[in-house]
Design a protein around this ligand. Sequence first.
Ligand code: NAD
Length: 256
Amino acid sequence: MTSLSGKVAIVTGAASGIGLAIAQDLAAQGVKVTLSDVDVERGKAATSELAGARFQAADMSSAQDVQALVESTRQAEGPVDILVNNAGIQHVAPIVEFPEEKWRQIIEIMLTAPFLLTQAVLPDMYERRWGRIINIASVHSVRASAFKSAYVTAKHGLLGLTRVTALEAAEYGVTCNAICPSYVRTPLVEKQIASQAKVHGIPESEVVEKIMVTEGAIKRLLEPAEVAQLATFLCSDAASAITGSAQMIDCGWTAH
Ligand code: NAD
């Protein structure tokens, strides 16, 4: 793999789970990573353990924070080479009861912020003729689940954004890809496991076994590091011909 050392990256939602694992993996390659999160305490703690990393608090539902994130990174480290759109939340409710406010928040964090960040980093990438944009999508970018209307819609939309970005950016040496994981063992999923266990009155281990891994050919949750390694590969020059793709890392879920 050609070295990524010295490249400048932004990872959103990097205080926890998949975002943190990606920040760790990129930092281990010598990338200068700006970890960004709305959770300042956890974000700062995570950043303090990574060589060459900095933390920038930013709420992805605020267009101002999104702009400030790119500007401050540019000033501190230089133009952004790698953007990882990862921040995300979940809300589970039937459409008839789904709060409009939650719908708007999910679309803003998981679809509008990736658009605005992409818009903000592309001019420098175009000028420098190199860039990598990784959108953390989901199996829910190509499959639906009941009661997750905003999440599924945002993730389907993120795949559309990925493809359009790939088409527009290709001539400038910039690639854009989506990573589509099945369930990954992160705090977001731990919360879902706990709430499902309550709803169904079953132990948490049964939620994993009987609800979460049933669709996959490989019957297990993913680990955040597995997703991170794929992200790092997509950033490398070895992946320079991969763009506009939906990289399924889903234990065979969508092979059905
Ligand atoms: P997580 O909850 O562990 O981490 C998400 C991070 O995003 C947290 O640190 C949180 O503070 C941050 N965040 C939340 N709202 C934010 C906001 N408004 N602004 C900035 N940061 C914010 O979740 P995770 O499981 O690591 O999920 C990361 C991404 O991966 C999400 O986009 C999620 O949809 C996607 N994903 C997760 C799974 C899974 O099974 N865990 C599967 C497929 C896709």
